[in-house]
Design a protein around this ligand. Sequence first.
Ligand code: GP9
Ligand code: MN
Length: 687
Amino acid sequence: MRSVLKKVHDGLNTRTGFFILTLVLLWIKTYAVYVNKFSLGINDSMQRFLLLLNPLPTGLLLLGIALYFRGKKSYWIMMIVDLIASLWLFANILYYREFSDFLSMGIIKSSGSVSNNLSLSIGEILHLSDLWVFVDVIILTLLLVFKVIKIDTRPVKFRYPVGVTLLSCVLFAANLGLAEKNRPQLLTRTFDNNYIVKYLGINFYAAYNAYQTYKESATRASASSSDMDQVLKFLKKNKTTVNPEYYGKAKGKNVFVFHLESFQQFMINYKVNGKEVTPNINQFYSDQSTISFDNFYHQVGQGKTSDAETMLETSLFGLPSGSVMTSYGTNNTFQAMPAIMDQQGYTTAAFHGDVGSFWNRDNTYKSWGYQYFFSEDYYKNKSNYSIGYGLKDKLFLQQSVKYIEQLPQPFYAKLITVTNHYPYELDKQNQTIEKTTTGDSTVDGYVQTAKYLDDAFGEFISYLKKAGLYDNSMIVVYGDHYGISNNHKKAIAQLLGKKSVDSYDLAQFQKVPFMIHVNGIKGGIDHTYGGEIDVMPTLLDLLGIKNTDTIQLGNDLLAKDRNQTVAFRNGDFVSPTFTKIGSTIYNDKGEDVTNSLTAEQKAQVKAQTEYVDEELSLSDKIITGDLLRFYTPEGFKATDKTKYNYKYSEGLKQLKQAQKDKPTSVLQQNNGNSTENLYETDAPELK
Ligand code: GP9
Ligand code: MN
């Protein structure tokens, strides 16, 4: 026994021994923090393996820096690196406890606003067990100070630290490769900080985030207020005139924005074996008080849902790569829909059954001025309540009612569904229609989850009717983006009953529903060409809210003099006359006319191309240069992000107070009696 101890002690007296001990302790503790202090949502054994592995490469790299130095210096550098890594862990433990998200450089830069946002004092947030992250650093330091461990001053060969650095790089490459395999586009799309930490580790996350922030702030710093001139010129040139038949027709009404996940236009009135897939949505679509657009396209890029949200709430495009919400949502200035509605006396709230950090919603919604964000924490969840990215739609909508009924009216409420999401899996008990039979397994489940979404939508609409909300609300329903990607050409052709599909067909396949229901309004199918960028101006006009000075790249779909060229994020476009895909031009019948255009038609296509390029590049400039900080529209008060806190306990408190301050909620109008019992659902999980 003694000899074993002696061997260990001798080992620790060598620099390599001490290095390994420090590394292993840092590794174990980081993993322990991952498991005990964060909820990273481990779904499979590969994710578990990567979680265990990921502290190692960066640990080797960082502590390995010390090995390039000699003697005492080497030891102290090791301890300092260890301390910094521990402080970073510690700061994130505290931040995570309050926000269920990781600290970003953007947050640290605006740390004043963060501290304002903390609902609890540091004493309340701190748990004694958090201090464990420092124990190894302290003990190792004491062992060195009291010379229990002796400093090994022997010189080392240069190739030794280089070897350690190389090893860390190899391990990191392996880690990254496995992570990308499990979660494609992890870094290009950066959905969620939680994902980066889960797959690549908290130290990598720090470096990655710092790099992104550096890149972003460089562009931001070089932007100036004169850059807005170009934007204003473009807007002036393309301004439409409001349609008096519709302007202000929804004034003062509540607004529901109902987000149909991955829902495409071709599903409307679609049948499988003679059975309608989405009878409720179909009925809503053809209601005489619903304006339904049948040439409405999604315009998202890599940011998918987040791009759709960005366009709907700000009338600015997503980015050529990545997501506006994750990269710029925390710090940029916006003049977004919730803020505008708030300033019109509306209560504003977003509802979603996934974690709040996904797509950086928890920060972006503050920049957009949402008063409430009801995310996963606000919902009861049992093991069979969730599938894929979150709560199943029926359970999500049913549980949303207890918050909706507490919102002082008028309100602006956005509900984001999620069950109809790739890979379209649904538990047996919720399947109420047969799969399609294209043989493409990622496509064939689509109608089943779409049907489920439709059922959930139907239940929600029935509730609105019973609770009296249907008639005093403007109900906006839209599909966020394609559900079946262009990689599934064969299956798409089969679904559409065609032999094959070409690029033109695929462009048309990007149509998503966009419907606006206002009781008593003149509805019908509107054939105007438009896209998600046009939603905000359309809604503001219907609500009779002046928006002539607001920076919006879209235009009112109900205006008669609009440019109907619809940009896709990659610069392609569709329009009533020509469609451009890459360098190919199609006419309105889908025929390739690239080589047979008249001079006049060529000029028209050129003008359309320029229009599309200009609106996309101006949008990018506004976002990357944070140009809206230089421009506040008349009558608009800049959004104060520090006002908002979406923590569960805080949200409840706020709702309670709101009942007293402004007793116009459904609950108050119902003499304090909940309307939850009016909600009928056949969700099997509740039986
Ligand atoms: C998750 C959800 C999905 O919260 O909104 O986003 P998507 O994958 O569709 O972009
Ligand atoms: Mn989506």
